[in-house]
Design a binder for this molecule. Structure first.
Ligand code: FE2
Length: 281
């Protein structure tokens, strides 16, 4: 098995493995090590059906059952969710769903967020549909010491606002829509359970406020953090190929979809969310 960095920031391409066949213990361990080291792993040219994709995901942890939009569940494997550019929004605008096209980390609005997300590209457009990632270990590391000190021991509140980020690109609060979920609290920085590295865990998509601060102070602080960390030096942008498996670590990354898929092109992905760390086997 070969592990080749995808760029200077994060991500690795895995070569020399066939995920459709039996995977021995040494290869499993090497895949998990590459995932821990690189935050995103990509395995190209894989020919997987839904059960085999599920089996790959289960090497990394327990796969979370899907709970909404059963029409999108894979018919053979309901844990696999089918994301399609053919899906039309639920707001009556008759437009393609633009899911997650702002910076966020998956399910941070849950008490127990998905630790990792796996996508498998069944159909890819000729252009568009890239996925962008920001390294949140690096984000923590580049914050000035005085700013880090203000975050020490702090907790932030997260909610889901359907199809809208809490904070806009310019950093100012963007959404005035009501949240779709009850607020949950997570530490602003967290030590990753497998790597022992500290990562920033706030994002413009779902982080509403830092608990215990006045709203104006919290808004300003979050806007300053996002302006400092959503920068090219911490970004890896993934260009998809067909039949590619990508697994990313939500504990140390934020990501954004880019949904500008041409109208005559399709993008179809299988998705699984991993909720608990696999026991070494
Ligand atoms: Fe996402």
């Amino acid at each position: 098995m070969q592990v080749t960095p995808l760029g200077p920031v994060l991500g690795a391409a895995i070569g020399g493995v066939d995920l459709a066949g039996p995977i021995d213990a040494a290869t499993r361990a090497a895949l998990r090590r590459a995932f821990a080291d690189h935050q995103v792993i990509s395995v190209r040219d894989q020919h997987l059906d839904a059960p085999r994709l599920l089996a790959f995901c289960q090497m990394f942890g327990t796969v979370r059952p899907n709970r909404v939009r059963p029409q999108n569940y894979h018919p053979d494997q309901p844990e696999i969710y089918v994301l399609s550019s053919d899906d039309i929004d639920v707001f009556g605008r008759n437009q393609r769903i633009a899911q997650g096209d702002y910076w966020h980390t998956d399910q941070s609005y849950n008490e127990r967020p998905a630790i990792a997300t796996c996508l498998y590209s069944v159909e890819t457009p000729r252009e568009g549909g890239d996925t962008r990632f920001i390294d949140m270990y690096g984000a923590y590391d580049i914050l000035p010491a005085a700013l880090r000190a203000r975050l020490e021991g702090r907790v932030a509140e997260h909610v889901l606002i359907v199809n809208e980020p809490v904070f806009g690109i310019a950093g100012a609060p963007a959404s005035t829509s009501p949240p779709a979920t009850a607020p949950v609290h997570h530490p602003v920085t967290r030590v990753h359970g497998e790597t022992g590295r500290r990562a920033l865990y706030v994002n413009p998509g779902t982080t509403v406020r830092i608990v215990g601060m006045e709203k104006a102070e919290s808004d300003d602080l979050l806007a300053e953090i996002f302006a400092r960390v959503i920068v090219p030096e911490l970004e890896y942008r993934h260009r998809w190929t067909r039949n590619e498996v990508v697994m990313w670590d939500n504990r140390c990354l934020i990501h954004a979809a880019t949904n500008e898929v041409p109208a005559d092109q399709r993008r179809v992905m299988y998705r699984a969310l991993i909720e608990d760390v696999a026991q070494a086997a």
